[in-house]
Design a protein around this ligand. Structure first.
Ligand SMILES: Nc1ncnc2c1ncn2[C@@H]1O[C@H](COP(=O)(O)OP(=O)(O)OP(=O)(O)O)[C@@H](O)[C@H]1O
Ligand SMILES: Nc1ncnc2c1ncn2[C@@H]1O[C@H](COP(=O)(O)OP(=O)(O)OP(=O)(O)O)[C@@H](O)[C@H]1O
Ligand SMILES: [Mg+2]
Ligand SMILES: [Mg+2]
Lengths: 270, 270
């Protein structure tokens, strides 16, 4: 079955795009067919991969706004096994342009349903969300089967988690009852910090208390390994490269590869 | 004259709040009268200082929405020389609630004008902006005299700068002709990284090319020292403390103190 994962956090600069690109690259490198969808008007996903979102024809904006545009028309082959749907700054207008559209949260899901019916197949679809809980993120949540929350193990980062889970719960009760929160992905992690350890302990306590309950995060975990802070991960996008291309043996590359392997095993077992 | 500074960056998690609190604390500690205004519905500024924004009576929301609320009613004395106007999550509704208000970008400026006329005085007013270029940020820009842009020396962080400066230029040409961009404050800086140095060089080149022109950033600089990445800065808010209270001799405290001193000297010279 296709795994559809939304990388979600309304807080900015927490590692959503870096994780989407590098997890996607690690999965593709391991032989899985991967599609990355950029839902952020900043267009950093395409930038990170060295793709020019504005010259590539149809992208996320056209896919959401134009009923005549199919998913196939919006897909670029970025790397072997790694397809991309690009975002451009036009996407910023989507929120208002779609304000009166019918079922404006289900557009992404519908375009994908049509594509699947037509035989399109990937093993993993990763949705890079913008730092907000608006229409673009809601389209991701209406389509996704799971949510991964990239975040830093900082006190201030914990504060937004409640509101994020509320939004997931809302969509889960409404339009997407199978939506699950798979867990938290710790990014830019500094393992020597006792503060970091306390925040991680707090997260684990929170998820443990939800075990056996009816919430969407009742079997959520804190993924290990944490992705360590590693400047190579910030350098790679300036060359339009994934971390596996830019610095295949650096800690950042190791962490994302290990994460990809663990997620595949996890998913296989369920 | 009162320095009114907006700490601005539509990108999230770049150090706006950490810088507002700690620069403010350093200025207050040096004997200046400081007011911090939280314009972010996340309310992290109050959280950072150990103030409960929701129980403190009037805050930014009431100040913007209720003509009967004066600035004086919204002020809390957080520390010696350090006053605060708190934000609560209600502030998230301000954008839509003010959509049809007259001169909805000038509300903050008007409330302050009334307060100044009544004799209110601070040496420095720092405005902590949310990660967006919407109504709350525009109120900051309509009132501020200068803009400081906290950012990380990362490739992806450079990408949003153009749009940020466009917005400043718009407000500068319209409602606030004296608005200047004082410069960029490098946050979470890793000085050993050659990538960081390249990004800093790029920023300096960009500002040098603007010298002598008519833009709002024609005398902008990259402030030194950069504020180094230092986990203490992420720990302090979990205790409701400024860095000067939490770890007065750590690199984070040193950097913000040095910065405060340099800014004061800079401002004195102009
Ligand atoms: N583990 C890491 N070590 C060092 N730098 C990192 C790491 N992960 C991400 N970065 C850098 O931190 C910044 C923020 O990361 P990223 O853009 O992935 O976050 P985001 O959540 O997608 O941000 P936004 O909310 O703006 O979309 C980027 O400059 C990125 O290159
Ligand atoms: N120099 C630093 N070293 C280590 N951690 C830092 C540093 N500066 C800020 N942080 C931490 O990084 C995170 C983001 O910082 P901060 O909240 O100040 O950014 P922001 O721009 O105000 O974010 P937002 O856009 O959400 O308002 C916080 O958890 C903060 O504690
Ligand atoms: Mg992103
Ligand atoms: Mg902030």
């Amino acid at each position: 079955p296709t795994r559809v994962v939304a990388l979600l956090n309304q807080k900015g600069g927490v590692g959503k795009t870096t994780s989407t690109v590098n997890l996607g690259a690690a999965l593709a490198d391991a032989g899985h067919r991967v599609l990355l969808v950029d839902l952020d008007p900043q267009g950093h996903l395409s930038l990170h991969l060295g793709i020019d979102g504005s010259t590539c024809g149809e992208g996320t904006y056209e896919l959401l706004l134009d009923p005549a545009v199919s998913l196939a028309a919006a897909i670029q082959h970025a790397r072997p096994n790694l397809d991309v749907v690009s975002a451009t700054v036009d996407l910023a207008a989507a929120e208002s342009e779609l304000a009166d559209a019918d079922d404006r949260h289900g557009i992404l899901a519908r375009k994908f349903a049509e594509a699947f019916a037509g035989g399109a197949r990937w093993d993993y679809i990763l949705l890079d969300c913008p730092p907000s809980l608006g229409l673009l993120t809601l389209n991701a949540l209406a389509f996704a089967r799971e949510v991964i929350v990239p975040m830093q193990a900082h006190f201030l980062a914990l504060q937004g988690l409640g509101r994020l889970l509320e939004t997931v719960a809302l969509v889960g009760h409404g339009v997407n009852p199978d939506l699950r929160v798979a867990g938290v992905l710790l990014c830019m992690h500094e393992s020597q910090s006792s503060h970091g350890r306390e925040v991680v302990a707090e997260l684990k306590r929170f998820f443990n208390e939800a075990r056996g309950s009816a919430v969407a995060w009742s079997d959520a975990t804190v993924f290990l390994p944490a992705v360590r802070r590693n400047i190579k991960l910030a350098e790679a996008p300036s060359f339009g490269q994934t971390i596996l291309e830019y610095a295949p043996t650096c800690p950042g590359a190791m962490d994302y590869r290990t994460l990809a392997t663990r997620l595949v095993e996890d998913w296989r077992r369920r």
